[in-house]
Design a protein around this ligand. Structure first.
Ligand code: OSB
Ligand code: MG
Length: 368
């Protein structure tokens, strides 16, 4: 049995190398919370709470995550004995919602558990790949020329597919421009819930552009409307914000609200539910890929390990660290070569936190 004797939370702020804008929010820097769980025998596990600062992607914020982590998750984890991360995740599921906050703790539990068993995290999760295919997610740019320059740079670096953020007013025109400049690049769009059934004519135009998928066209809970939309489109709908719980996926599969699933460790509350979503999607023949929240190296290690599972048959949003940060929180960054990211083969997370760099960028710290 494992017993956690210390929990540490650190808020760390890093500037993005390139400002990122979606239909729901814009950001120049990120503040994520690093979670360290230390067991009785001194083994440490690291996790990352990757919530955006404002409640525009999900209901969570850095402040809400900090409060829930400090007042609910840390005491709960210090009180438990567990033999597998799934057992701790079951205990933490007493906390409703707050997936980003729970994900940081669940990730740290998996990291600790796999390190204690001298097993690479990917293998502990059931991963089978040695490298994963990386796609890139491009924000809304000031002009179409700026967007084309971004696409050219990323395609030049070898990324396997390009995802474009869209919003009403920034959709068919930029997508057509990218499509005609890069006719053979696998392309998909992500609306972050910005459209409604009233926008059907635009969605039909996008449907004719040969996209891999249209990600989250409607608001998260519009599962019935999404099913109606999917029935009238050739292009698969990919669900992101709609699936916060495995039960949301059960509903979406029953209704036919989409044909592809973006699994985000953060959005679903950790690696434990992410693996369950992967297994359920696989049973239904639904391809999955791993989405990102601009994670630092700790959360990125979890994303890369998860992407090694067999159902992740589409390129994931696991770009190299350099696409986001001049310097990462791990001593070794993640690197994409020819659109592939190597799955760490060392025990545990496979990346070491760069403690000096973390301390230098810490904006808040607590130990329990
Ligand atoms: O919808 O996938 C999204 C970033 C912030 C909020 C929402 C999303 C994203 C991304 C980032 O697309 C992808 C990445 O981490 O590379
Ligand atoms: Mg998305």
């Amino acid at each position: 049995m494992i017993r956690i004797s210390a929990v540490e939370l650190r808020r760390v702020r890093l500037p993005l190398v390139h400002e990122f804008q979606t239909s729901s929010h814009a950001k120049k820097s990120l503040e994520h919370i690093l979670v360290t769980l230390t067991s009785d025998d001194g083994t440490a596990g690291w996790g990352e709470i990757a919530s955006p600062s404002g409640p525009f992607y999900s209901a969570e914020t850095v402040e809400s995550c900090w409060a829930v982590a400090r007042d609910h998750l840390a005491p709960l984890v210090l009180d438990q004995e567990w033999d597998h991360p799934a057992a701790l995740a079951t205990a933490m599921a007493k906390v409703r919602g707050n997936q980003f906050a729970r994900a940081g703790f669940d990730m740290a539990a998996w990291s600790l558990w796999s390190a204690a068993r001298s097993t690479p995290l990917a293998q502990a999760l059931g991963g089978t790949r040695r490298e994963v295919e990386a796609g890139v997610s491009l924000g809304i740019e000031p002009t179409i020329d700026d967007l084309l320059a971004q696409v050219a740079a990323r395609v030049g670096e070898g990324y396997r597919r390009v995802k474009l953020k869209i919003a009403p007013g920034w959709d068919t025109e930029p997508v057509r421009a990218v499509r005609s400049a890069f006719p053979s690049v696998p392309l998909h769009v992500d609306a972050n819930g910005a459209y409604t059934p009233a926008h059907l004519p635009i969605l039909k135009e996008l449907d004719a552009l040969g996209l891999l998928m249209i990600e989250q066209p409607y608001v998260p809970r519009a599962l019935v409307d999404l099913a109606e939309l999917q029935a009238g489109l050739q292009t698969p709908i990919c669900l992101d914000e709609s699936v916060e719980e495995v039960d949301d996926l059960i509903t979406a599969l029953r209704l036919g609200s989409g044909r592809i699933l973006n699994i985000k460790v953060s959005r679903m509350g950790g690696l434990t539910p992410a693996v369950r979503a992967h297994d359920l999607a696989a049973e239904h023949g639904v391809p999955v890929w791993c989405g990102g929240m601009h994670e630092f190296g700790i959360g990125r290690a979890a994303n890369v390990a998860l992407s090694a599972l067999p159902g992740f048959t589409l390129p994931s949003d696991v770009s190299g660290s350099d696409k986001y940060y001049a310097r990462d929180v791990t001593t070794e960054p993640f690197v994409a070569h020819d659109g592939l990211v190597e799955v760490p083969s060392a025990a545990g997370l496979g990346r070491e936190p760069d403690e000096n760099f973390i301390v230098a960028n810490t904006t808040g710290h607590l130990r329990r």
